[in-house]
Structures are given as C-alpha cells and as structure tokens.
Design a protein around this ligand. Structure first.
Ligand code: AHR
Length: 502
C-alpha cells in the first residue's frame, strides 16, 4: 500500500498558538497531593513541590496549565487556600467526594507555575458561587496593591501581581453532575455578568465561556448557540471538552475517534459563526479545547469507589495506565488540533500528573513517562510555526461510525524562523506497513534532518517506573536532499519526520 502527502508552501491553515499544547492540574485524586506537591519527597523544594515532576513537565514544554478544576472548581472557595497553611480549613469537596486540606492554593500553584515556566488558565466558580467571588479572586491575583484583596496577596508574601491573562467562566456548566449545574440561559446571563465585572477589574484579561462538556451531550450544540447569545461580546473563547476510549476493544474504530474530535470542532465553529452572523458581529469566537484525552480504563471502577465513602486527600483516582494504541490515538488527536489551528487557539491535555495523565508520580518514589507522553512532547516541542494544509492520498478502511477512514493521518508544520518543516504521521493500519511519499512544493530543496518512529508488537504495551518500553526511536538513514522523499511507515506507528529548509 502507498500514500502520498503533498505539502505546498502556499497553502497554510494558520499559525500555531503556543497555548495549543497546554495541560491541566485539578484538585482531584493525586494530581496535586502526591502529584505536583509532596512535602517530604526526596526531590521536594522548600514549598513541597516535586522537582522530579517539574523536570518532566518542562520536558513536555507546556505553556499554559488550567487550574484548579474541573468539577472541583464548582464547589471551591478560593479564599480557603490562602494565608498561613495552619489556619486553612479542611473542606469536603463534593465533586470527587474527597477531603480537601487546602495546603495548596493559588499562591502555591503560582510558585509551581513559575518554576515550570508556564502560565495559568484560571477557572472561577460559577457553580456554588458567582460574581463576587470571581471579582475578589481577580483583584487578589491581578491588581498591584492598594485594595483589600491585592493588599492581602502582598501580606501573604507576593508583592508583584500574578497578572493572570486567561480565565475560564466556570466549568462544564451544561453537565447535570456539576455542582450548580445550570440551563443555558441561566449560565449565559451569569457568565456574561461575571465576565463584565472581571474585565472591569482588569480589562487586559481574556475569558473563556463554557461550551459543551462532551460531543454526546443532549444539549449540544444548542447550548453553544444559546449561551453565546449572552457571552459573545464579553468572551474571547468558547470551551470544548471530550474524552475518548476503546470501550468495546475495537481498535480500528478506536483509532478513528479523532474524526469525532474534528466533527465536534466543525460544529462548534458553525455555532459560533451562527451567533456571529445573528449579532452582525465583526468578532471571531476562538476555541479553547481545555479538556481532551483518553479516559476509560478505570472510569467505571472509580465511579463505584466514589459512591461509597468520603475519600482522604491524595486517594488515587482516574489513574489511567496508557498503552501503545492509546499513544497512537493521542498523536491523531494532536494532528486534529493542528489541522484546526486557525480556530483552536488553546487546548489542554487533561490532565498532567497521575490523573488521566502523561506523567505518573509514584508516592515517595519515581516520576515517569507514560506512552502518551511522547507524541505530546514531540508535537509540543517541534509543532510550532505555520500549519500546512494537508492534502493526502491514502488507502482507506471501513469504519462503522465514520465510513471510509484513511490509514494515514498526517500534518506538516513549518517553522520559518528556524527553517524547519516537520511532519507528524500515524499509520492506523494494524496489519500493514505503508509506503509514504512526501512531495514538497515551493520550499526549494529540503534536507531530511532526522526521523523517529514509535512502534510496538503489542498494542496494549504500557510503560512503568522501571521500563520505558514504548517510546520513539531515532531511525538512522541517509540525510537525503530534494523535493520528494520516500519512507515506510510501520503498522500502528507514530512518526515524526523533520526537514531543514534551505
Ligand atoms: O478531568 C476530569 C474531569 O473531567 C474534570 O473535572 C471535568 O471537568 C471533566 O468532566
């Protein structure tokens, strides 16, 4: 079988916003407690933050991290997490039925974010709280001083404002499981008024209006159309969330699920543009895909455990161990986000550490890279620049849900400043290697710089603290020069091919 990819210098999708490779830390399971934070751990800094985890997060090159939830934020009192730790109250978090000790709050998270070299995507509680809590939080975070809340931040040892740029107006407010779940018009009104007040405190911020929490929500896409009636003028982005899983063990169908993500994005774009037209607005609403990942391995078991007892802080929840086939799908989902880079400006793989995460931090032990770490890391580090319009001729297979699915999924990104063209490609075939030709046009001569592939004989292979079985390996071949290049993509593989441009 043979596939051809044409990359023409003239045809681009748009520029990649660096925030497309964001992630998420929620007060949930071991994401914070024994994840990013474990005082007494052999790598902990003076504030209890694990340096081994920080090193791995830096490897991922994550420019923005959503915090503090997720479902957690919809019951959160942010004031519980500031000031002397010994005075902070323990609270019952009802989203995950877990005790929250409030040892980590906004100031500790900002210390961590600064060390990592990332910016926060801060969420406000529009479930059990509203305008007043949001305005005091932004005053605490973004004003230099001279007001009650900004002076309190200074008293707490943080003289400079955090100047947090991007804020989520609540989380998954369309979901009946959400504390303070609302109908579209109630959410739209509250979000618009909260956003208005937040922008009065700091006009330089950007806001994310809540979109649908899943593609299969019964209220999708009317939720988008109705809420944007209220929030279109005040918000800069609408959020999207989606999680994928190989629920019935049908891997060819599973590996087509990035097409669901694509169709979800196309519909959200259409809903935004409908409201734009209705309002005669010159403004384009961008997308913040602030939760996406694979989540199915332990989902039902976790639900059962949460139903029973109140869990102590740092109880493992949502600890998915990812396989080789999961990593292939993550690669495809990243390709899909890149294909939509003109509209999707922020995206967060959910989450970052321990909870449905590329990084596992063993309590008192090592931190290590799951299989999905690698495609994310490669795209985050090398997928910066301009996305090229993909034109691919590929053999296909039949999917029950998606019809004809191409075996090859690929995208090219050009970094004009550094002079590189990088192609990311997946071969979805479980049985056949496929010849893959890349024909470049309008770049002059290109030179193959290097190529990596991630393969495995076992689709269910996982990594562990002691063994990184699944990871990309460098393919050593002639550094040929020209316009057309021939490769062979192994079955069920994730590939990166990098060229130098002359
Ligand atoms: O990321 C885990 C959970 O998934 C988040 O708390 C919630 O927003 C989503 O349903």
């Amino acid at each position: 079988m043979k596939a051809v990819m044409y990359i023409d210098a003239v045809f681009t999708v748009g520029s990649v916003d660096r925030r497309l490779f964001g992630s998420f830390v929620e007060h949930l399971g071991r994401s914070v407690y024994t994840g990013i934070y474990e005082p007494g751990h052999f790598t902990a800094d003076s504030k209890g933050m694990r340096e081994d985890v920080i090193d791995l997060v830096r490897e991922l090159n994550v420019p923005i991290v959503r915090y503090p939830g997720g479902n957690f934020v919809s019951g959160y009192r942010w004031e519980d997490g500031i000031g002397p730790v010994e005075n902070r109250p323990a609270r019952l978090d009802l989203a995950w039925r877990t005790m929250e000790p409030n040892e980590v709050g906004i100031d500790e998270f900002m210390h961590w974010a600064e060390k990592v070299g990332t910016e926060p995507l801060m969420a406000v509680n529009l479930g059990t709280r509203g305008i007043d809590a949001a305005r005091s939080l932004i005053e605490y975070c973004n004003l230099p001083g001279g007001t009650y809340w900004s002076n309190l931040r200074r008293q707490n040892g943080h003289a400079d404002p955090y100047s947090i740029k991007t804020w989520c107006l609540g989380n998954e407010m369309d979901g009946p499981w959400q504390l303070g779940h609302k109908c579209a018009s109630d959410y739209g009104k509250l979000a618009a008024e909260t956003g208005k007040v937040m922008k009065l405190v700091d006009p330089s911020i950007e806001l994310v209006s809540c979109g649908s929490s899943k593609f299969i929500m019964p209220t999708f896409p009317s939720w988008e159309c109705e809420t944007l009636e209220y929030t279109y003028d005040i918000a800069d982005y609408i959020s999207m969330h989606d999680y994928f899983g190989n629920w019935d063990g049908n891997t060819p169908e599973y590996l087509a699920l990035n097409l669901e993500m694509d169709s979800f994005i196309q519909t959200v774009k259409a809903a935004c543009d409908y409201v734009k037209a209705k309002k005669r607005s010159p403004k384009t609403m961008y997308i913040c895909f602030d939760e996406w990942n694979i989540w199915f391995h332990n989902k039902l078991e976790d639900k059962r455990r949460m139903k029973k007892n109140i869990l102590p802080a740092g109880t493992p929840l949502l600890e998915e161990h990812y396989t080789h086939e999961d990593a292939i799908l993550i690669g495809e989902l990243l390709i899909t986000l890149l294909k939509n880079a003109d509209r999707v400006k922020i995206a967060c793989i959910a989450q970052l550490v321990n909870v449905i995460a590329p990084i596992i931090a063993e309590k008192g032990g090592k931190a290590w890279r799951q299989t999905i770490f690698f495609p994310f890391q490669q795209v985050s580090c090398f997928g910066r620049g301009k996305v090229m319009l993909p034109a691919i001729e590929s053999p296909t297979y039949k999917s029950e849900r998606f019809g004809d699915v191409p075996y090859i999924e690929a995208i090219g990104v050009v970094d004009e400043d550094e002079g590189h063209l990088t192609v990311f490609a997946v071969n979805r075939s479980l049985n056949d290697d496929i010849d893959f030709q890349i024909e470049t046009r309008g770049f002059g001569k290109c030179r193959l710089s290097f190529r990596t592939e991630m393969i495995s004989d076992d689709l269910k292979a996982e990594n562990s603290a002691d063994s990184e079985k699944v990871r990309p390996i460098m393919i050593h071949e002639m550094r040929s020069e020209g316009r057309t290049f021939d490769f062979r993509l192994k079955k069920a593989s994730w590939n990166m091919i990098r060229f130098d441009l002359s």
